[in-house]
Write a protein that binds this ligand. Structure first.
Ligand SMILES: NC(=O)C1=CN([C@@H]2O[C@H](COP(=O)(O)OP(=O)(O)OC[C@H]3O[C@@H](n4cnc5c(N)ncnc54)[C@H](O)[C@@H]3O)[C@@H](O)[C@H]2O)C=CC1
Ligand SMILES: CCCCCC(=O)CC\C=C/C=C/C=C/[C@@H](O)[C@@H](O)CCCC(=O)O
Length: 195
């Protein structure tokens, strides 16, 4: 996903084979605090690229039928997190989603955009984390895991994903997934919205 060539080819292959596109999930993500530019490329720039391709192929203004984009961010994109660059990329994905989910954009392209923000989930991401951030920060993360009651399992995140598929009235919203359950972080209106 770090260049346009491959994803563009993949999107076009899907459209050619299935006659259209209904759902885009921008899932790829890494922890890489030392090679931080790689982290920004994979976690943020690639997600912008995936959203733009999804809007290109699904957008009604381009002859598409509308659709849904689900971006994978993290609770680290909402609250402070010991890996600052990783957190920055995830906060960027949350901001991107909220902005793409504005009503006037949906009115034009008919594409709903949401973001899933899980907490610590036991996947290869965790078992491969050693060396991707400082020992001190990784220890802080482990302390957070223990204070939070442990790791989510993949089915817990899937529940949040399915909720986003179903809730078609939450355009632009972020859905937080923790061991305490699912919680929407809506699109708080800005100061310009107030009378
Ligand atoms: N595991 C966790 O604790 C949490 C993970 N997330 C996010 O969930 C998403 C999925 O992560 P996991 O499944 O947990 O980790 P994972 O490491 O098991 O999966 C990440 C996937 O991204 C792919 N990927 C990495 N760089 C890529 C690139 N340049 N181009 C194409 N694909 C690439 C990898 O091949 C891998 O399949 C990530 O965005 C991650 O930041 C969010 C919150 C918590
Ligand atoms: C509260 C914010 C949670 C955000 C979680 C994420 O977005 C992804 C997690 C990012 C880094 C996690 C690193 C975890 C480090 C330690 O838990 C790890 O060293 C423990 C080793 C786990 C194992 O192999 O059993």
């Amino acid at each position: 996903m770090r260049s346009l060539v491959y994803p563009l080819g993949a999107f076009q292959q899907v459209v050619d084979r299935f006659g259209g596109l209904d759902l885009v999930v921008n899932n790829a993500g890494i922890l890489s605090e030392f090679d931080w530019e790689k982290c920004i490329n994979v976690n943020l720039i690639s997600v912008v690229r995936g959203c733009r391709l999804g809007l290109h192929y699904m957008g009604k203004q381009n002859g598409g039928n509308g659709g849904l984009i689900i971006n994978m961010a993290s609770v680290a994109g909402i609250y402070a997190f010991p890996a600052p660059v990783y957190a920055t990329t995830k906060a960027g994905v949350v901001g991107l989603t909220r902005s793409l989910g504005m009503d006037h954009k949906f009115g034009k392209d008919g594409v709903r955009v949401n973001v899933l923000c899980p907490s610590f989930t036991m996947t290869n991401f965790i078992t491969d984390a050693k060396g991707k951030a400082s020992e001190e920060d990784l220890q802080q993360m482990q302390d957070m895991v223990e204070k939070g009651g442990g790791f989510l399992q993949i089915p817990d995140v899937v529940k949040g994903f399915v909720k986003l598929l179903d809730d078609d009235d939450k355009n632009g919203a972020a859905l937080e997934v923790t061991l305490q359950g699912l919680k929407y972080h809506g699109c708080e209106s800005g100061p310009w919205e107030h009378e």
